[in-house]
Design a protein around this ligand. Structure first.
Ligand SMILES: NC(=O)c1ccc[n+]([C@@H]2O[C@H](COP(=O)([O-])OP(=O)(O)OC[C@H]3O[C@@H](n4cnc5c(N)ncnc54)[C@H](O)[C@@H]3O)[C@@H](O)[C@H]2O)c1
Length: 126
């Protein structure tokens, strides 16, 4: 696909994303979220992609106590994962950073909180 399309920008939304399923079967989360990311990073380096963006999650920061609304996460909050899902997402983030530093690939990472909308998968009911 990279050979044919020669993309300028890659945005990686793809993931195994359901926390409960990651507890039942962690391995597929490593395959998709970590190896899937390094596969895209390798292709992005090989084909000179101008920007690689990784869609990550706020869950890489762990969780905050419900009775402490004064606390919040920032970009400098240490990674503190608590599920195979969030650990695989954090591992992917670290590979993105490594490809930026090691191979000079222009990268960005966003770590959004939960969101929903059209085509929302029912397992993610809020
Ligand atoms: N939904 C949220 O509230 C939320 C919050 C924070 C971060 N995120 C992140 O946003 C991204 C999208 O989440 P979502 O809620 O739309 O999840 P989702 O599970 O609905 O969508 C994930 C997509 O990835 C695809 N995918 C899975 N394995 C793949 C593979 N091996 N190769 C190619 N594609 C594959 C699936 O087919 C699916 O279309 C994920 O990276 C997730 O970690 C979502």
């Amino acid at each position: 696909l990279f050979e044919k399309e020669r993309p300028d920008i890659v945005v990686n939304f793809a993931a195994e994303s359901h926390v409960d399923r990651s507890i039942e079967d962690p391995e597929i989360f490593v395959k998709t979220n970590v190896l899937g990311t390094t596969t895209l990073l390798d292709a992005s380096v090989k084909y000179g992609v101008k920007r690689y963006h990784q869609v990550s999650t706020d869950e890489v920061y762990g969780d905050l106590p419900l009775d402490r609304p004064d606390l919040f996460f920032t970009e400098t909050t240490p990674l503190h994962t608590s599920s195979p899902y969030s650990s695989a997402k954090a591992a992917a983030d670290l590979f993105v950073q490594a490809y930026n530093r090691t191979y000079g690939l222009p990268t960005t990472i966003s770590r959004c909180s939960n969101n929903y909308g059209p085509y929302h998968f029912p397992e993610k009911l809020i």
